[in-house]
Write a protein that binds this ligand. Structure first.
Ligand code: SF4
Length: 211
């Protein structure tokens, strides 16, 4: 493994809660997910991302996550991510963000945008003043292609994700939709157009590259 030991915080063997890439601190707060993406490393028995082993034996506690950050001032960004869907731990996430807020330069969530669907309410007001940015997986230009690649557990997930983007715009200042270039049927210009129409940013992703 070619990771630098000082950039990884373990709470036990192979329990990587925090890792550093590009000057950002990424927080692996759950392996659970609302989606079952065919391209997900989890479904290809690959629990490593950029050579970091991200399989969790259990979800880390609030204290373990805060410990995994260390000094937030050292990073450009603190990013709640996975390998899994971080908003499945929304309340712990918000608690950690509240603790970090006075010292963090920027706090982002990488999400599938299904939190409102999962919690049955609009959770985006909870993010106001705490979360600077959302990176939301659009993943496709329509529900058919989305369902083919992301295999959502909940029917109507694509529409729910788009609704999440619309309401989140009021409470989170910086929103970026992402899609992975190279997946069959995914039309990157069409995905970019959806983002433009929603008045948010777009980023083309490359498979297996965290950002
Ligand atoms: S949203 Fe991310 S963690 Fe969840 S299944 Fe898809 S690729 Fe994997």
């Amino acid at each position: 493994m070619s990771v630098q030991s000082e950039s990884v915080t373990d709470t036990g063997p192979e329990q990587t809660v925090g890792y550093t890439l590009h000057g950002n601190r990424y927080l692996n707060i759950t392996n659970r997910c609302t989606l079952r993406c065919a391209f997900c490393p989890r479904f290809n028995d690959e629990w490593t991302v950029q050579e970091y082993p991200l399989r969790l034996r259990r979800d880390p506690s609030f204290e373990e996550i805060v410990l995994a950050v260390g000094n937030p001032e050292e990073y450009q960004e603190i990013v709640f991510c996975g390998l899994g869907e971080p908003t499945l731990r929304l309340y712990t996430l918000l608690e950690v963000a509240t603790r970090l807020r006075p010292h963090a330069r920027r706090i982002r969530i990488n999400t599938d945008g299904l939190a409102n669907f999962v919690y049955g309410r609009d959770v985006t007001p909870d993010m106001e003043g705490l979360i600077d940015a959302l990176s939301i997986s659009l993943n496709a230009q329509n529900a058919e292609i989305y369902n083919r690649h992301c295999r959502p557990k909940l029917p109507g997930s694509y529409e729910a994700m788009l609704d999440f983007v619309k309401v989140a715009r009021e409470f989170v200042p910086d929103i970026t939709l992402t899609a992975i270039d190279g997946l069959s049927g995914v039309n990157i210009p069409a995905c970019k157009k959806i983002a433009q129409e929603l008045g948010v940013k777009f980023r083309r992703r490359v498979l297996d590259v965290v950002g």
